[in-house]
Design a protein around this ligand. Structure first.
Ligand code: ATP
Length: 256
């Protein structure tokens, strides 16, 4: 565990992937994935382009279906018949590379949509909660603007606030800074670091921001060609990578 905070990781398993396999047609994209994530754990997933990182986290959120093995989220086994989709949508928040905000809704409306329609919260309560989270990501003054009127960094902070409004147990981040201009990356990473430091939230982040990984991750997972090749706590992962594919990957990326 990171030494920067006193956050506890509980023994409760929040996510379990057991011998999980997925194909796109004939293409075997995820090969026998086994992963256990404890409540409150913060995991960074890295690896070369096309190695299956996004597909793996999209399976956890039911945006993709797996064909073999088990995925259990917060004690609920995910089947491919959409039966559990509502539970997963409430428990698991996701932040995407391209923000995925609704352009025709204001920031506040974007944040309130799911709490009102999925959780059946009264509008006033949903708006009050949304304003709290917009304050937390430091853009309450943008509440009545439309996404197109905001910078990329601001839009991504709205996307994070929107996810938090559902009060999820797990947050999945799929390369949340890779579509941002360099000067906006820090403002988004700072929000993610704050969220991580508060503790309690289980976080899985696909990112190549290795400074972020060193700062907040309890565990770094390296994927290549659809497999988890190596995992370790950050200091060991970066200073003593075991697998030659990990060594090659780390030698090719910029580390801050
Ligand atoms: N809907 C799809 N149909 C067919 N193939 C797909 C589909 N989505 C992804 N793939 C392929 O699956 C592989 C894994 O893709 P994925 O996006 O999970 O990788 P990644 O590690 O997240 O890559 P990146 O870092 O570039 O986002 C890639 O070869 C990709 O082309």
């Amino acid at each position: 565990m990171s030494t920067q905070d006193a956050r506890e990781v509980s023994d409760k398993l929040m996510i379990e992937l057991r011998n999980m396999n997925k194909w796109y047609g004939d293409f075997h994209v995820l090969k026998n994935i086994n992963l256990e994530v404890k409540k409150g754990e913060r995991i960074v997933i890295c690896g070369p382009s096309g190695s299956g990182k996004s597909t793996m986290i999209r399976c956890i959120n039911r945006l993709e279906e797996h064909q073999e093995g088990d995925i259990i989220v917060n004690g609920v086994e995910l089947t491919n018949n959409l039966k559990n989709i509502e539970i997963i949508r409430k428990d698991v928040g996701m932040v995407f590379q391209h923000f995925n905000l609704f352009p025709h809704l204001t920031v506040l409306e974007n944040c309130c949509l799911a709490p009102i329609w999925v959780k059946k919260e009264p509008r006033k309560q949903a708006e009050a909660t949304a304003m709290q989270y917009l304050e937390r990501v430091k853009i309450p003054e943008q509440a009545l603007k439309y996404p197109g009127q905001l910078s990329g960094g601001q839009q991504q902070r709205v996307a994070i606030a929107r996810s938090l409004c559902m009060n999820p147990d797990v947050m999945l981040f799929d390369e949340p800074t890779s579509a941002l201009d360099p000067e906006m990356i820090k403002e988004v990473l700072d929000v993610m670091i704050e969220l991580a430091d508060e503790g309690g939230m289980t976080m899985l982040c696909v990112t190549h921001e290795m400074g972020f990984a060193k700062r907040v991750a309890d565990r770094v997972i390296f994927m290549d060609a659809g497999q988890i090749i190596e995992e370790n706590e950050p200091h060991e992962f970066f200073n003593n990578p075991q697998h030659e594919r990990t060594q090659l990957f780390l030698s090719q990326i910029i580390q801050h």
